[in-house]
Design a protein around this ligand. Structure first.
Ligand SMILES: Cc1ncc(COP(=O)(O)O)c(C=O)c1O
Length: 384
């Protein structure tokens, strides 16, 4: 294991604080390190591996497509891409019938920002404090945390931040220059903060009234994670653009912006080399079909409720609050979460932070109930 770590340390341009394990294999909700040690994976590639690691149907779809056609740029039509676009329109909330396909969450945000500027002819955006939308310059401009932003100024101008779930403050920031409001339904990186129905209703109404577009970032919450195919469905929230990525293609890099009627960008003004490539499209078709056939949204709902009720029964002494929507779970502690996340790793459970005091759990939605029992037991075991 040391050898691989040394190689990465020597040759990688490392931008992540690393944990000292080398993951080499996965199967459903479990992963193994190079020494053969087993872990229950509640990181799941930052919420990517919703359909489980080494999912056989994805493996088949990828290998068949790899033998058929991997790349096909957007200047040509393609069978897999057409099929995926039809599928996305079928599962999209409301009238989000057209999609721009790309390769990551940040790219989907970048595209949505550009589409909003072009469509409205306006340049400003209202975003939420504690919101996270990615690390590229546009997405970073919409991201709140000063830790990510401060050395990269000047960012794109015209981004305003208001407290999440506070309609009055948001209303105050809307002006005649506002192109769009950009929000997550559940703030993931920001601490698993869940938006309120009334807030979303008011924001939707205001946007419609003021001719401001509503962009919803479901890069983390999309594709069944929260107990619906898309988290905005919990609140009957109808975005003008919906940004997606992470779990979309079963682990193959892919993103999308689903757009309502009226969102415009003419030919030649935006593009991507890899976006909508047949390999990723084939993987996304297989992943979405798996989600539908296995009713993963319902599984996420039931398993999220199960794990959270287990955790609540344990009456953990360091816990301030447990927040969750489906299998997106935030355990807010009365102190810093990092030592407990490292202790969990030692105990064979991979977990994530979300801000300084939250332990975030994003396991594959296919995780077993016995595994959830083990996770709850080990969380107690490390002294949470
Ligand atoms: C809500 C949200 N938006 C955007 C992004 C950026 O996605 P990516 O890392 O694929 O660029 C993330 C990543 O964590 C996210 O959670």
């Amino acid at each position: 294991m040391r050898d691989f770590m040394e190689l990465e340390k020597r040759y990688a341009f490392d931008v992540f604080p690393k944990r000292d394990i080398v993951l080499v294999r996965g199967e459903n909700a479990r992963v193994w390190d190079a020494d053969g040690r087993e872990y229950i994976d509640c990181v799941a590639g930052h919420g990517v591996a919703s359909i489980g690691h080494a999912n056989a149907r994805i493996a088949e779809a990828i290998s068949e497509q790899a033998r058929t056609l991997i790349s096909c740029p957007g200047i040509f039509y393609n069978d897999r891409r057409a099929e995926l676009l039809e599928k996305l329109a079928a599962i999209a909330p409301g009238n989000l019938n057209r999609a721009f396909l790309c390769n990551s969450g940040a790219e989907s945000i970048e595209a949505a920002l550009k589409f909003a500027r072009f469509t409205t002819g306006k340049t400003e955006f209202v975003c939420a404090m504690r919101g996270f939308h990615g690390r590229t310059m546009g997405a970073l401009s919409a991201t709140f945390n000063p830790k990510y932003r401060k050395e990269f100024q000047p960012l794109v101008p015209g981004f305003h931040f208001v407290p999440f779930n506070n309609f009055e403050k948001l209303q105050e920031k809307i002006s005649d220059d506002t192109a769009a409001v950009l929000l997550e339904v559940v703030q993931g990186e920001g601490g698993v903060n869940i938006g309120q129905r009334e807030y979303f209703e008011q924001v939707r109404e205001l946007c419609t009234e003021r001719g401001v577009l509503l962009i919803i970032d479901e890069v983390q919450t999309g594709f069944c994670r929260t107990g619906e195919m898309f988290a905005c469905e919990h609140f009957d929230l109808q975005p003008d653009m919906l940004c997606l990525a992470k779990a979309m293609a079963g682990g193959v890099p892919m993103g999308a912006v689903l757009c309502a009627e009226g969102i415009e960008v003419p030919v030649g003004r935006h593009g991507t080399t890899f976006g909508g490539n047949p390999l990723a499209c084939a993987a996304a078709i297989a992943a979405i079909e798996f989600m539908q056939q296995e009713n993963l949204a319902e599984q996420a709902r039931e398993k999220g409720d199960y794990l959270v009720s287990k955790l609540r029964q344990l009456e953990l002494k360091r816990v301030r609050e447990i927040r969750h929507l489906g299998l997106m779970i935030g355990i807010e502690l009365k102190e810093k979460s990092k030592p407990y996340i490292l202790a969990l790793l030692e105990q064979g459970v991979l977990a994530l932070p979300a801000g300084a005091t939250v332990i975030r759990l994003l396991p594959p939605l296919t995780i077993g109930y016995e595994e959830l029992d083990v996770v709850a037991g080990r969380i107690r075991g490390v002294g949470v």
